[in-house]
Design a protein around this ligand. Structure first.
Ligand code: PDD
Length: 285
């Protein structure tokens, strides 16, 4: 595996970072997860914009637009066309003589920029939604959910607890409202009161969640999907629950808290969302 580290492409065992890097000591950094199919990255513009906004909020000086060219270079260096690509930008490492534990950075620093990629399935292998069993977990993470922070301890613990309970993942809830998955956004299919189904996803105002790129693509493509607050009760009574994300695309949650969701099998809304996403990607999004 060839890794990008601070402008250089190096073998993975040579991709070494100081233990005083603020990403390591404080979780003081951001990341992006991208997906390439047949050598083309899905929605690179949206990933760049999200990283740009996060860097600005965190006052880390790096030009997020560089991620596009660096990604192509990294994919070529690893000889990959279907891949997951991870980028991490931390505030950097204090220089000799600079304080290493100050919350306020000792002075201007060169951000540490690191990227790697690994092979994933091609588009043709993603024709059906993946399936998961989930538990409901209280969202104990920080309130700046829009920032794609590398400090993932809250999500990590929720996922570990889900596994300890024999489930695959956790759906996080806060103040009685659905937030998101540990590494995905949540969509629910609800009865519309007229015998039909409508699809909804938590609005960015209803909970501190990530504006997922997959979520954004689906919302832009299907104006019928509602963005609003979703109660825990609506979640457990939903006909279908779906998780969306760059890596997992569309996953059908067939069990929530030990009880079947709807029929207990992936339903038409999960299939429909995945079909829409595949169409967008095929169409060059
Ligand atoms: N995670 N919410 C959270 C908390 C996430 O970590 C992710 C993605 C998403 C979905 O965002 P997107 O559609 O842009 O991938 C929502 C990435 C893939 C990860 O941690 O690897």
């Amino acid at each position: 595996m060839i890794v990008h580290l601070n402008g250089k492409l190096v073998p993975r065992d040579q991709a070494l970072v100081s233990v005083f890097d603020r990403g390591f000591l404080f979780g003081d950094g951001l990341y992006e997860g991208l997906r390439a199919f047949d050598g083309r990255v899905v929605a690179m513009d949206l990933h760049v914009e999200r990283l740009r906004q996060g860097l600005a909020e965190c006052r880390i000086a790096w030009d997020a637009a560089e991620m596009a060219g660096l990604t192509d270079e990294l994919l070529r260096a690893n000889n990959l066309r279907d891949a997951f690509i991870y980028w991490q930008v931390t505030r950097g490492t204090p220089g000799p003589g600079q304080a290493v534990r100050g919350r306020v950075p000792a002075g201007p620093m060169m951000p540490t920029v690191m990227g790697f990629c690994y092979p994933t399935s091609g588009l043709a292998q993603n024709a059906a939604p993946a399936v998961k069993r989930a538990v409901i977990s209280q969202d104990t993470r920080w309130l700046r959910g829009r920032v794609k922070s590398i400090s993932l301890l809250g999500g990590v613990l929720a996922a570990i607890e889900a596994h300890e309970h024999g489930a695959d993942d956790a759906i996080l809830v806060r103040d009685g409202l659905v937030a998101e998955g540990t590494s995905s956004n949540v969509f629910v299919a609800l009865e519309d009161g007229f015998g039909g189904t409508r699809i909804a996803t938590p609005s960015l105002q209803s909970a501190p969640i990530l504006a997922g790129v997959t979520r954004d693509l689906l919302l832009a493509a299907d104006p019928a999907i509602e963005e609003r607050s979703i109660s825990v009760r609506e979640l457990v009574e939903a006909r279908e629950i779906m998780l969306t994300g760059t890596l997992s695309m569309v996953t059908s949650v067939v069990e929530i808290g030990g009880r079947p969701v709807g029929t207990g099998r992936p339903g038409p809304c999960a299939a429909g969302l995945l079909e829409l996403l595949l169409r967008l990607i095929h169409g060059g999004r």
